[in-house]
Design a protein around this ligand. Structure first.
Ligand SMILES: Nc1nc2c(ncn2[C@@H]2O[C@H](COP(=O)(O)OP(=O)(O)OP(=O)(O)O)[C@@H](O)[C@H]2O)c(=O)[nH]1
Ligand SMILES: [Mg+2]
Ligand SMILES: [Zn+2]
Length: 370
């Protein structure tokens, strides 16, 4: 009886661990396509090596030759948060091999720094993206618009996390500014100076969900995650006087939260290059006004009957916001493509038992004709 009880308890712990890691029905089902391989989740990356967790083990893994050669962009390689198919379920006989990456429900992508213009996956299969911005020197509305454009395209839901509220004396002003530009986005305020200063973020981190913290260096991402973990697992460091961070966190890493859910910590980003963006969601105010412009192809410069210019004149929209919109439009190679692709993949998974969407359509048609 006691053994049975212990067994039940162990199963519960295991199931909770898997649930908190995000192993939900969707991935378990997709994994059945590869009956000879094992399902795991990438929790950290060290250049070419990955730390992976499976249902009963943790091991190092590398991408298979085939996966490496078929990858065009950096973002085609495994990323932290990815669900992957491995050749083994324990690491006692050397590194495991990652053969497949399961289809991603969301992916936060940025153009990598440097000349390569490569596209890098920051975090995969996340439900919520915490865009962290500190309420002192880091506060910058134009940068926030940039983060939001990518986040809305990622397939995850953005939440703005304003950190270091203890260092800000104009909180109501800052909030009013943000509310004007982060349309339809939750905004939460945190401080690590009080015991409950991090509690506003708790409601977003629940069983089976994965959240990612992104933002500039030194805004307090790792400090918040340590609070969630209940102990100082991640190194945090004071930043210099001029608030230029030293990049304390150097790798992306996924942690399981004891109370439920998983979080991904990321190193502070110096620049955030935009490859794919959802501008119509981020700048919904401008898009809605643009529909009322006299000319369909209005550039909102000095055309007559321009509703956007009218709104700027009346102080409803800042000129800077329109410029930010134009700049991102120019920079983004794709608009709304990422999310559309993800949507298509979801549909394909849904219809996989028919052999994909095309066969599903034929099937529905044949039913109708009967
Ligand atoms: N006053 C104040 N300081 C904070 C707060 N949160 C974090 N800090 C301090 O800010 C510094 C940077 O915090 P980190 O958590 O390392 O910042 P990070 O965003 O993880 O930085 P990177 O890892 O470099 O990206 C540390 O000295 C923290 O103690 C806060 O709410 N108020
Ligand atoms: Mg950090
Ligand atoms: Zn116009």
């Amino acid at each position: 009886m006691y053994i049975l009880f212990q067994l039940e308890r162990m199963c519960k712990i295991m199931n909770n661990r898997l649930l908190n890691l995000g192993f939900d029905e969707r991935y378990i089902q997709e994994a059945t396509l590869y009956p000879n391989l094992f399902l795991g989740r990438v929790v950290a990356q060290y250049s070419d090596l990955y730390k992976v967790i499976t249902d009963n083990s943790e091991m190092l893994a590398e991408a298979s030759g085939k996966l490496r050669y078929s990858s065009v962009e950096l973002s085609d390689f495994p990323a932290v948060g990815d669900f992957v198919m491995l050749d083994r379920n324990d690491g006692t006989r050397g590194n495991a091999i990652i053969h497949h990456i399961l289809s991603r429900k969301s992916i936060f992508i940025r153009k990598a720094a440097g000349k390569s213009h490569d596209v890098q996956a920051v975090a995969a299969n996340i439900d919520i993206i915490f865009i962290c911005m500190s309420l002192n020197y880091d506060f910058n509305l134009r940068r926030l618009e940039r983060y939001l454009s990518i986040a809305w395209d990622s397939g995850a839901t953005p939440v703005v996390v304003l950190t270091k509220s203890d260092l800000c004396s104009e909180l109501p002003d800052r909030l009013a500014e943000i509310e004007k530009i982060a349309i339809g986005v939750d905004v939460v305020i945190t401080s690590s100076m009080t015991d409950d200063g991090y509690k506003a973020i708790l409601k977003y981190i629940t069983d089976g969900k994965t959240v990612a913290f992104i933002g500039s260096s030194g805004v307090g991402k790792s400090t918040l995650i340590n609070r969630l973990l209940g102990e100082d697992i991640i190194e945090t460091k004071e930043i210099r006087e001029d608030d230029k961070g030293r990049h304390t966190t150097t790798r992306r890493e996924l942690f399981i939260i004891p109370a439920g859910g998983a979080v991904i910590d990321t190193p502070g980003m110096r620049e955030l290059g935009v490859e794919s963006a959802n501008l119509s969601k981020t700048f919904i105010d401008i898009d809605e006004l643009a529909e009322k412009c006299r000319f369909k192809d209005c550039k909102h410069e000095n055309e007559p009957g321009c509703s956007v210019r009218e709104a700027i004149k009346n102080g409803l929209i800042d000129e800077d916001r329109l410029q930010s919109y134009n700049k991102l439009k120019k920079e983004a190679k794709y608009e709304g493509l990422n999310s559309k692709q993800i949507e298509k993949e979801k549909i394909n998974v849904m219809f996989s038992e028919f052999g994909g969407i095309k066969n599903a359509r034929d099937f529905i048609k044949s039913k109708k004709n009967k």
